[in-house]
Design a binder for this molecule. Structure first.
Ligand code: NAD
Ligand code: IPM
Ligand code: MN
Length: 362
């Protein structure tokens, strides 16, 4: 059989983006060696780095490269240097344009609390231990993209908008994942106040009734969902919600494993998937070797899985578990008395672990 060959576009971005992405690429290279596939990477600036180089947070050639890749791995964008630019010129606008251009409407954000992290959470161990949920966030619609939007001297306005089709397709993604997991979907909205949420609830219920009647569906108002997520996270399996609520709830859910540095994501739906940590550019710790690369490394595992390299993805995840179990962790995960290691040390540990996995028979 011919050796599979994947071409990955790497967009390190800003702040800690380049630091965590470098480790994720090392781990991907180790996986390619151990599991017998070829990997080529091509690195481009995005966000603030691209503004500095070209004036545009998503230059045309960068977008072209992404559209032609097998997958895109992104670090993070943004930072104080670019905070005073107009909205459409900011680093974040480049990321939003990229998601839209890739038609990556489904953002999968898994949240797990392995035994080794149960004490890293600010919440009680008995509440968080064993948490395993998946936030399915709609990513190319809602208030992030709704028109009209704008401002004048006296006021500013945005529009939260969803079509039936946009809700139905993200609901299907959530139900399909629930089928492969524990069969339960929690849909989160604000249907007691917003028309757009009433439509959301109606359409999710219809997709459930007509296409997935064997699964369990519950509806939550977003305020209650936020409370339940920290009160009893294990009651959740798949959580499906719109763009804005999903953004907020996923950072909230980072308290469960104890750090935003633990949450990976896959943004899928179009031909090319975008794999990106949930966290941002963390300007407060950038350039110090302190950033936790696990969110980026676990995003790389999601990339491998999406490309069909399941065994390699599993090895990467096992490498992450091994690092945590052996206490190879950055400061964000350390309790009093534990000694943190650098971003690079975590990456090297996992790359070495992956290299030791059963090589493919030659
Ligand atoms: P942030 O996610 O960058 O940081 C929030 C807090 O979490 C900080 O204290 C940070 O140090 C910590 N943190 C985040 N990732 C970490 C990691 N890997 N290891 C250890 N600690 C980590 O959010 P913010 O400070 O609100 O935003 C900073 C910038 O990032 C802004 O410009 C924002 O727009 C941008 N941002 C980008 C993305 C993205 O590119 N996907 C996501 C969120 C925020
Ligand atoms: C995220 C980020 C982005 C979002 C920003 C940087 C545009 O917060 O990926 O969660 O809001 O989607
Ligand atoms: Mn966010």
């Amino acid at each position: 059989m011919e050796t599979p060959h994947y071409h990955i576009v790497v967009l390190p971005g800003d702040g800690i983006g380049p630091e965590v992405t470098r480790e994720a690429v090392h781990v991907l290279e180790a996986a390619a060696e151990a599991f017998g596939f070829r990997l080529t990477t091509e690195t481009h600036p995005v966000g603030g780095a691209a503004i500095d180089a070209t004036g545009d947070p998503l230059p045309k050639p960068v977008l072209q490269a992404c559209l032609q890749a097998d997958a895109v791995l992104l670090g993070a964008v943004g930072g104080p240097k670019w905070d005073n630019l107009d909205r459409a010129q900011r680093p974040e606008a480049g990321l939003l344009r990229l998601r839209k251009a890739l038609e990556a409407y489904a953002n999968l954000r898994p949240v797990q609390v392995p035994e080794a992290l149960a004490d890293a959470s600010p919440l009680k161990r008995e509440v968080v231990a064993g948490t395993d949920l998946l936030i399915v966030r709609e990513l190319t619609g809602g208030i992030y993209f709704g028109e009209p939007r704008g401002r004048n001297g006296q006021m500013a306005w945005n529009t939260m908008r969803y079509t039936r089709e946009e809700v139905a397709r993200i609901a299907r993604v959530a139900f399909e994942w629930a089928k492969r997991r524990r069969g339960r979907v929690a849909s989160v909205d604000k249907a007691n106040v917003l028309e757009v949420s009433q439509l959301w609830r109606e359409v999710v219920s219809q997709v459930h009734r007509e296409e997935f009647p064997e699964l369990e569906l519950e509806h939550f108002y977003v305020d209650n969902a936020a409370m339940q997520l920290v009160r009893d996270p294990r009651r959740f399996d798949v959580v499906v919600t719109g763009n804005l609520f999903g953004d907020i709830l996923s950072d909230l859910a980072a308290t469960l494993p104890g750090s935003l540095g633990m949450l990976p994501s896959a943004s899928i739906g179009g031909r090319v998937g975008l794999f990106e940590p949930v966290h941002g550019s963390a300007p407060d710790i950038a350039g110090q070797g302190k950033a936790n690369p696990l969110a980026a490394i676990l995003s790389a595992a999601m990339l491998l899985e999406t490309l069909g390299q399941e065994a390699a993805a599993r090895a990467v995840r096992q490498g992450v578990d091994a690092a945590l179990a052996e206490g190879v962790k950055t400061a964000d995960l350390c309790r009093a008395g534990e000694t943190p290691v650098s971003t690079e040390a975590v990456g090297q540990f996992i790359a070495a672990y992956v290299r030791q996995q059963t090589p493919v028979a030659s």
